[in-house]
Design a protein around this ligand. Structure first.
Ligand code: FBP
Length: 700
């Protein structure tokens, strides 16, 4: 290439092709920004009003009645369209407003469209209305850090993922001082309304703020956000008011695409088990949707494990006239055995590879771990209450923390009334690997939640799985099945008679497609012994090399690749379902504000149906609250919704378990969900969980 002149870099950078190829603005971004999601029918009317629907009932908690007296009697409100209301109504509707909005907790795809919907509706009602975005989550309210949200800003983020526009944070407005500062901020900005886009804890916060600011005339509206999908609302009769929080569909679709790619890879190079932990701090909704989207070989569902009953143990205890309380719920050891069973069965048909999906919060459903979490929560909270320093600050290393726990165990020996941590707890705790002890002792988040995303759940389980597989290998249970045609071809090739050696080597030579070496053949030594015993070779002869090769092929090597799907899916651009859902949530928020609601959560009913059936509503937050242990004490919070093991979606996934495990000769049954597609016709219009649950609307 001598003599050929290289183009100068400055010239290159000015080249239109280079500029287009390296621009931040690509076609996908342009299309997303330009897309205006469809509006629910009621929003096509010039005005909306609220109709009370008293066919929905809630069982209110006494404590909620006491702490939230002004909003506890709120009811479900249906948003209805209006063509020509009275002038007095119009005047209130069109009033110039100051509205503040905040994102709270983990990002969830679709948040920007809540802002877009609210902005469009509010400025359509009155172009002078001002929308403020609090920065960095609730801290922005406490510290009075807000920006004005303008049309340009809204247009730059339409249909885009993340909470980039105003960021988010996990602070909680949980002290008198923080409440006073928040009230001062609202006053300072002359807010008419505050919108809190968040999960269970943030909507809890919304209810307390609504109560606190009712006298100031500041309305507070919540919006159900969380990829975990655990904000689902039903009334006491099981009627569904909110089938799913926003962000869930996108995160599940993003995780599913990645998990399916691993299915394709693993069934191509047939050597790895891919262990995929998917987010969902407590509930396993995301794991269930991923299972339905991908047909991964095995998917654990925490709620299902908690329901497990060991009948053998119960019967054994019954015979001795006892009750075995440990027979209820699955232990970590038992769970590892269930996983091993799947691995061993697939290996027996030649598939020493596969995809296992583990929900992030699975350990929460394992009895022994749950007990540790509760005990340690209480110990940490008690310490922080009675000392000037923070537990994690004072005991900075694991050794320090272990020593403190040992002291508590000693105390329990001397003082029988001290029961929170005894010798047995200490012994069991010290049996756990150090990294997991550290995980269990990690700092709780600001809401007092255990931070599962910080714990290497999959490592804990895999340690046990690996140990048990070694035992199964040694006792001859874990072997790779050899395809009959392969065996016959390779033995014939070496001049031996496959039908002579077959019954000597295999336990299922008569009829199986995949041949399994006899249980007793677990080494070259035992293989030779079997051959000599049957007179196939003499003592001084070597094992024929073709048989040696078959043996080597039957020895399993359990190799894993570990993946964590969480933050990536959380940052994905929203699916069309989430774009439409969140835009209409934003419109709903404005309708609630314009009609004077407070302490309500904006929601869309019938999400599980076609878009034309969607019905925007307001759900009262206070009646949904109940008492829960947080930071070692009972607090009023919005109840998390877990996977209902009676729901259609779970029952269907369970019925397909055996098929998707594919512990049969033949191909796997992976499903290809593909990436999230914004344009084109091939993108599904709602989560599979919802589609299935629509068949039985009382068990969603
Ligand atoms: P939210 O409930 O706030 O929406 O957050 C859910 C989540 O994404 C969980 O799935 C995960 O366990 C957690 O956030 C991770 O939190 P962090 O961002 O603080 O690491």
């Amino acid at each position: 290439m001598a003599g050929k002149k290289r183009i100068r870099i400055t010239e290159l950078l000015n080249n239109p092709l280079v500029q287009k190829a390296t621009s931040n603005i690509n076609q996908e971004l342009i299309e997303r920004r330009q897309n205006l999601p469809p509006k629910c029918e009621v929003f096509h009317k010039p005005y909306t009003t609220l109709a009370v629907n008293d066919t929905f009932h809630f069982l209110t908690d006494r404590e909620a009645e006491k702490q939230l007296p002004d909003i506890i009697n709120n009811t479900v409100q249906i948003i209805c369209g209006l063509d020509s209301p009275e002038e007095s109504f119009k005047a209130i509707y069109h009033k110039k407003r100051h509205i503040g909005i905040v994102f709270s907790g983990g990002p969830a795809p679709g948040g920007h469209n809540v802002i877009a919907g609210l902005y469009d509706a509010a400025t359509n009602a009155n172009p002078d209305t001002r929308l403020y975005g609090f920065l960095m989550g609730p801290d922005g309210i406490i510290e009075d850090e807000a920006i004005e949200i303008t049309k340009d800003l809204v247009d730059a983020y339409r249909n885009l993922g993340g909470f980039t526009m105003i960021k988010t944070g996990r602070a909680k407005i949980d002290t008198k001082e923080k409440m006073m500062l928040s009230k001062a901020t609202c006053k300072n900005l002359c807010l008419d309304a505050l919108v809190i886009v968040g999960g269970d804890d943030s909507n809890t916060n919304a209810a307390f703020l609504a109560q606190e600011m009712i006298q100031d005339g500041v309305q507070v509206i919540g919006v159900p956000k969380t990829i975990d999908g655990d904000i689902q609302v039903r009334d006491v009769d099981g009627q569904v008011l909110c089938a799913m929080s926003f962000g869930f569909h996108t995160a599940a679709r993003a995780f599913a695409n990645a998990v399916n790619n691993l299915g394709t890879d693993s069934s191509s190079d047939v050597k790895y088990w891919h262990i995929c932990k998917v987010m969902g701090r407590v509930a396993s909704h995301l794991a269930l949707e991923v299972a339905l989207q991908t047909h991964a070989n095995m998917t654990l569902i925490g709620e299902d494990l908690a329901n497990y009953i060991d009948n053998e143990r119960i019967n054994r205890a019954e015979k001795e006239g006892k009750i075995d309380y440990n027979a209820y719920g699955m232990t970590l050891r038992h769970l590892s055995r269930v996983i091993c069973d799947g691995i061993v069965r697939r290996a027996a048909v030649g598939k020493n590879y596969g995809v296992l999906v583990i929900p992030e919060g699975v350990l929460e459903f394992i009895n022994e771990i749950q007990i540790f979490i509760i005990k340690l929560n209480t110990i940490i909270a008690d310490y922080n209450k009675t000392h000037d320093t923070d537990f994690h600050h004072y005991f900075s290393t694991l050794e320090d923390k272990q020593e403190y726990l040992r002291q508590l165990a000693r105390r329990s020996r001397e003082d029988t009334s001290f029961t929170i941590w005894n010798n047995r707890d200490d012994e069991l705790f010290n049996d756990i690997p150090n990294f997991f002890q550290e995980g269990l002792l990690t700092e709780r988040d600001s809401h007092g939640n255990f931070q599962f995303s910080q714990v290497e759940t999959e490592k804990v389980l895999l340690g046990l799985v690996q140990d048990y597989l070694n035992i199964l290998k040694e006792n001859g249970t874990y072997k790779i099945g050899i395809e009959r045609s392969f065996y016959q071809k390779s033995i014939k090739k070496s001049g031996l008679d496959p039908d002579y050696f077959g019954p000597i080597l295999f336990k299922n030579y008569d009829d199986a497609e995949y041949l399994l070496l006899k249980k007793t053949i677990i080494s070259l030594k035992t293989l030779k012994h079997a051959l000599v015993k049957e007179g196939a070779i003499a003592e001084e002869q070597d094992i024929p090399s073709s048989i040696n090769k078959i043996y080597q092929k039957s020895v399993p090597n359990f190799k894993t690749q570990i993946h964590f799907y969480g933050y990536d899916g959380r940052g994905n651009d929203p699916t069309r379902f989430d774009c439409n859902y969140t835009y209409n949530l934003g419109l709903t928020v404005f309708s609630l504000i314009a009609n004077g609601a407070t302490g309500q959560m904006a929601a869309i009913r019938n999400l599980e149906m076609e878009f034309s059936d969607w019905e925007p509503i307001g759900i009262p937050i206070a009646p949904l609250m109940h008492l829960e242990e947080r930071k070692g004490k009972l607090s009023l919070v919005l109840e998390k919704s877990l996977v209902d093991t009676n729901s259609v979606s779970f029952r269907v996934a369970k019925a397909f378990r055996e098929k998707w495990l594919a512990a049969q000769p033949g191909e796997d049954h992976f499903r290809r969900p593909g990436p999230v597609r914004f344009t084109g016709k091939s993108e599904e219009d709602r989560p599979i969980t919802l589609v299935l649950n629509s068949l039985d609307r009382f068990h969603q």
